[in-house]
Design a protein around this ligand. Structure first.
Ligand code: 5AD
Ligand code: SF4
Length: 434
């Protein structure tokens, strides 16, 4: 059968879609890029914020004409929204298959059961063990390969749906992950990004995440290792030492802060204070000078006052992040916050706060980028620059995009680029001799 597979959400979902491709292939299913010719449409969904939901319902609406037209047509909702909403999704007339993140091995069987029938099937139980570690993902070619080192999350931040959609935390074994990284290097990937909801709680017998990342960085052929995300509450010193000492581990940490007021941090159950976070940032910068720091932040969490927000803005100015993802709080079904704290910050207040914070971040990012003018930075080439003919683009160690005139080298090569001009999110320069 021809399968059209679409992915929303985070890198973990991208990785899962690569697993799904590998699960479907041995059953004779073929991936198509054209939705009109598909007999099976699978949408791998995200549940993290309301707009993720809205996008997916919009997508399902667009499939209505195809559903009417075709006799054999399966529409499956996979991923976090499938797990979070379960049967509720059958309310949408095009949906006849619902499969959660731990149930992908059943996909071929479920597709066979529903194709050409009026049946609806759902499989959305959470597993304590499933890591799909025996399945090699079918990746799209590129420079970077995502590698999930663990699944699930045990943190239960009060705003977050992930512990309910992805279940309990479980780690893959170091040996299993390293053999995947070795085979990626042999296939020509130059960068791997290790993924987990909280990589700092990675465990394999006595070993932790620092042991794993050092070994991954030692794999011949792998030139850059990235990871996302660590939780600030249990940031281990050995991990900082690993990043500082190993030239192949990118000097970049994505360290979600979520809020800058102790009262809100407590309501979010983040289990650190503003002061502890600032102390960690200071330690990181002392041990790894020049490191890029990025973050995630939520405005408008229930009961957030202007004073709370000012504390967040203040922390922001103190930390001077290289960049940040800033979100308006959105209540998610099943979370602790949805049960305990009414979503009481008016939408216009959320909008006002997010705009102020984005402006602040833009100014900081621009200032930090300006300081790079005149410097030569190591850039790993991703490929052609989409919007600048004759130019290539790539990433610095800190994960900032750099655009420069085309070189003789292709994706995966590292070149030295002297920075001449900047915007708040892109650097522009020319290749120079190393
Ligand atoms: N509302 C808004 N933002 C959220 N995030 C997670 N849950 C919510 C929510 N309910 C944000 C957090 C997280 C990022 C992936 O998404 O900042 O780090
Ligand atoms: Fe990824 Fe979380 Fe969205 Fe699931 S809910 S796709 S884990 S961001």
């Amino acid at each position: 059968m021809k399968v059209y597979l679409e992915t929303y959400g985070c890198q973990m979902n991208e990785y899962d879609s690569e697993l799904i491709r590998s699960i479907l292939a041995p059953h004779g299913h073929e991936i198509t890029m054209a939705v009109e010719e598909a007999e099976v449409v699978l949408i791998n969904t995200c549940a993290i914020r309301e707009n993720a939901h809205r996008k997916i319902y919009g997508r399902l609406d667009m499939l209505r004409p195809l559903k009417k037209e075709k006799e054999r047509f399966v529409v499956g909702v996979l991923g976090c929204m499938a797990q979070n909403l379960k049967e509720e999704l059958f309310d949408h007339p095009v949906v006849n298959l619902i499969v959660g993140p731990d149930s992908y091995r059943s996909l071929p069987k479920l597709i066979d059961e529903v194709i050409g029938t009026d049946r609806q099937e759902i499989e959305a139980y959470l597993s304590e063990y499933e890591t799909y570690s025996d399945i090699a993902p079918t990746r799209v070619e590129g420079v970077n390969a995502w590698v999930a080192i663990m699944r699930g999350c045990d943190n239960f931040c009060t705003f977050c749906v992930v512990p309910y959609t992805r279940g309990r935390e479980r780690s893959r074994s170091i040996e299993n992950i390293l053999s995947e990284v070795r085979s990626l290097a042999e296939k020509g990937y130059r960068q791997v990004t290790l993924l987990g909801q909280n990589v700092n709680s990675y465990r394999d017998e006595g070993a932790g995440f620092a042991d794993l990342i050092l070994k991954a960085a030692d794999v011949p052929g792998i030139e850059r290792v990235r990871f996302t995300s660590p939780h600030p509450k249990d940031f281990p010193r050995p991990l900082l030492e690993a990043i500082a000492s190993h030239p192949n581990i990118c000097k970049h940490i994505h360290l979600p802060v979520q809020a800058g007021s102790d009262r809100i941090l407590d309501l979010m159950a983040r289990t650190y204070t503003r002061k502890e976070y600032l102390r960690l940032v200071e330690e990181i910068r002392r041990l790894i000078p020049g490191i890029a720091l990025t973050t995630d932040l939520i405005v408008g969490f229930p009961t957030e006052t202007e004073d709370d927000f000012q504390e967040t803005a203040g922390l922001y100015k103190d930390c001077r992040f290289d960049s940040a993802y800033i979100f308006k709080y959105s209540e998610r079904k099943g979370t602790i916050a949805s049960r305990k704290y009414p979503d009481d910050v008016p939408p216009e207040v959320k909008t006002d706060r997010i705009v102020r914070l984005i402006d602040l971040q833009r100014a900081i990012s621009l200032e930090k980028n300006r300081a790079k003018i005149g410097r030569a930075l190591e850039v790993m080439i991703d490929g052609e620059a989409e919007r600048r003919p004759g130019h290539q683009m790539g990433k610095t160690e800190g994960n900032t995009t750099v655009v420069f005139p085309r070189t003789a080298f292709g994706p995966g090569a590292t070149v030295s680029v002297q920075i001449d001009d900047v915007s708040s999110n892109t650097l522009y320069g020319r290749p120079v001799e190393r």
